[in-house]
Design a protein around this ligand. Structure first.
Ligand SMILES: [Zn+2]
Length: 113
C-alpha cells in the first residue's frame, strides 16, 4: 500500500485502498474556494459569465453550472466502456488483474508521500 500526493491538485490518496481496492485518482474540477484565491482576471477568463461584481455565491453557482478542470488535470480512471471489477477484501491484485483497453496506464506522475 502506498500513499501518494497528486502533483497537480495536491490531493493525497492511498493505492491500493485499505479494503484492497485499487484507487485511480482524478483531480476534482476547480472549486469556488480556489477561484477566490485566484487573481480576478484569471477567474474571469475561466468564467466570463460572472457578473461585474461577483460574490462567493456567484462562484459556487458557476462551478456547479460548468466544471473547469485545472491545467495538467490528471485522470487515471480506466477508459469508459471497459468493465470494472469488484474487489473483495483480501483479494490480492496487481496491474495485470485489471481490465485494460490498451497498455497499462503508466502512473509516472505519482509522487509517494
Ligand atoms: Zn489531482
Amino acid at each position: 500500500m502506498g500513499k501518494f500526493k497528486c502533483p497537480t491538485c495536491l490531493g493525497t490518496y492511498e493505492d491500493p485502498q485499505p479494503n484492497g481496492a485499487r484507487y485511480y485518482h482524478a483531480c476534482p474540477p476547480i472549486g469556488a474556494s480556489e477561484l477566490e484565491r485566484m487573481p480576478e482576471g484569471q477567474v474571469r477568463q475561466l468564467y466570463p459569465e460572472l457578473p461585474a461584481a461577483f460574490t462567493r455565491g456567484d462562484l459556487e453557482r458557476v462551478c456547479l453550472q460548468r466544471a473547469v478542470n485545472r491545467d495538467n488535470h490528471i485522470d487515471e480512471n480506466i477508459a469508459p466502456g471497459v468493465p470494472g471489477r469488484f474487489v473483495k477484501p483480501n483479494d490480492k491484485l496487481d496491474d495485470d488483474d485489471l481490465p485494460r483497453v490498451s497498455a497499462p496506464r503508466k502512473l509516472t506522475h505519482r509522487r509517494p508521500l
